[in-house]
Design a protein. Structure first.
Length: 206
């Protein structure tokens, strides 16, 4: 017979005689268990001196700092309107600083961010806004671009050259490139219009 855990009445089985004794944890074992939990908590959450644990945390994408002074890698691609674009040629001939935004059709924050970028581009004609789809299906990216309907320049990085030269831990990612061809600010994560205005002011003084 076995003991039914929901009842004090023994239940018969074919193993052996009925036993009405219930199994109890010895007091010493219980004490050791409690001590182990307390010691484990101190190790995990820090000691009495208030020191924090060393458990790694995932940083917020927007908290990454700029790679100030890095030379912006050159790249060339065709814009969606068919215009060829090369970064070095733009900086030499046009001279405007560049806000390079990496996006993808599958990226929900990109969809939320692009109207804000569009409004900021209209407010800052002295900055060249360029949105490049990376790690994306070209057909899906083109359909997404048509649906969003922003007025600033868009392109699709079919060769993945831009994505490799401007790596990021996630999308969207924004790189502010000065007229001298230096990356002066880098932000990973979605921006709103106020964020963009502040970035342009800080990075370019505009």
């Amino acid at each position: 017979m076995t003991d039914d855990p929901t009842s004090d009445t023994p239940v018969a089985d074919s193993v052996g005689p009925v036993s009405r004794r219930t199994r109890r944890w010895p007091l010493g074992v219980l004490t050791l268990i409690v001590v182990a939990f307390v010691v484990g908590g101190v190790v995990l959450f820090g000691g009495d001196d208030g020191s924090a644990n060393t458990t790694p945390t995932i940083p917020d994408l927007g908290s990454f700092s700029a790679a100030t002074g890095d030379v912006a890698p050159d790249f060339s691609l065709d814009l969606l309107d068919g215009t060829p674009f090369r970064l070095s040629d733009h900086l030499e001939n046009d001279g405007r600083p560049v806000l390079l935004n990496l996006w993808a059709s599958w990226c929900a924050p990109c969809r939320e961010e692009m109207p804000a970028l569009d409004a900021a581009a209209a407010e800052h004609p002295d900055v060249f806004f360029l949105g490049v789809a990376v790690e994306d299906d070209p057909t899906a990216a083109a359909a997404f671009a048509e649906e969003v309907g922003v007025s600033y320049a868009l392109a699709i990085d079919e060769s993945e050259r831009v994505g490799r030269r401007y790596p990021s831990p996630g999308l969207p990612a924004t790189f502010l490139i000065s007229s001298q061809g230096e990356i002066v600010r880098t932000v990973f994560g979605a921006l709103d219009e106020a964020d963009v205005a502040e970035l342009i002011s800080d990075a370019f003084g505009l």
